[in-house]
Design a protein around this ligand. Sequence first.
Ligand code: ATP
Ligand code: MG
Length: 469
Amino acid sequence: MITKFIKRILRRDPMVRHTAAHTSGAPKRIPKKSHRIDPHLLSKNAVKVTQTLQKAGYEAFIVGGAVRDLALGISPKDFDVATNATPEQVQKLFRKARLIGRRFQIVHVTFFGKGQPEIIEVSTFRALLENAGEHVAENGRILRDNVWGSQHEDAARRDFSINAMYYDPATETVLDYHGGMADMQKQVLRMIGDPAKRYREDPIRMLRAIRFAAKTGFKLDVATSAPIAKLGKLIHDVPAARLFDEILKLLMSGYSWAAIQGLKDAGLHHGVLPLLDQILDSKETSKEAHDFVRIALANTDQRIQSGKSVSAGFLFATLLWPDLLRNWKKNLAKGISNIPALHDAMDETIASQSNGMVIQRRFESDMREIWSMQPRFEKRVGRYPYRLIESPRFRAGYDFMLLRCATGEQNPAIGEWWTSFIASDPAGQEALMASAKTEGGNQGSSISPAKRRRRRKPKAAAPPEGASS
Ligand code: ATP
Ligand code: MG
């Protein structure tokens, strides 16, 4: 898709090609015949928002990542609108509009239709904070950012040139302030302004650089990538919740494996997420663990690229599984019996992540459920499979088990058995139960029950599933 776009754009109007380093003053106006954005890829609701604002006498444009994706011929996953109306003025024009945020005050305009409601984020043009001393922390990080400004200023405070284009659906014109189209043709990600200063203002921009490079396949401009080696450590100053959101975006981008390699190449993975250290530093990671994570992420990327959903809990459960297996085996070797050994291992694995990015509680309970279900797939006797299939999170546990089969860490015959079991009628299920019995329906784990040496005292019994969230 992206290669097709590049070929297409290279054949375009030469006017667009000569806009590199167009960094100040009036924007380049790019007409439809040059940008060739397909209006069918636009969200009708986003167009409604720009129309309503324009009718009320304001300026309004689709902006940011949506314009970038439209120009790439990709359907944007969400739409942002920028306007010269203040948040209060915006709110008055729409029935379902909510003011949100403190650092970035924006308006969420919600539209209800078939399926999920659509939220269009509307933000007011913001001023550059060059001289706004009181808004900037000592290390240069921007703390508050609610000073309204001109469209020109709004463009200058965006991150990359390809993220600073404004599209007016009424005239089908793109306003390009920083040579974004030219950079797209050159397949370059270029930070607007002085990159080092922009990273100091907001270190998250370093992670965004890596994410967009992975997504677009574009190269980082030399000046954009150069300061990262020195400034990477500033990421630790970012509040944990924001860092978590950005890492989650990166993992859910549909290009997670490429992005993780990018983080590694840029030296940015250290201490962001301890599990990334474990996965990426080959000295500490076995080949099996590395392969498991690689296959799991490729699977996640494929799901996301084909429009399927992936839960964050599932994703973190896969990333931490090699560590969990290691702890589980270690506990078994100490003589703890199978299930308590697993639950202790879950606590240890989760605790080991807490000195880096905090994995939020809501995902922790999903992870625990998925993990604690795993030994239950091996119990194919009595009522066990019938009960397991009734678990509310069965599907996630089953998908996870199939992933383990795909990576060879679980016996693929067990995966096949369950796939048939789910699809069968009651008679078929009974036949499968009988066949499991002849195979010895309680086996198949890589963690062999034979390794258990003694039972734990009842006091130290395992917590119930998902109990710790
Ligand atoms: P996607 O939504 O595909 O992840 P996006 O570019 O739309 O990518 P958002 O986080 O939705 O990213 O932000 C919308 C726009 O806001 C960006 O395109 C960029 O212009 C601006 N922006 C977002 N975060 C920053 C930042 N940290 N620094 C400067 N500009 C930013
Ligand atoms: Mg966006």
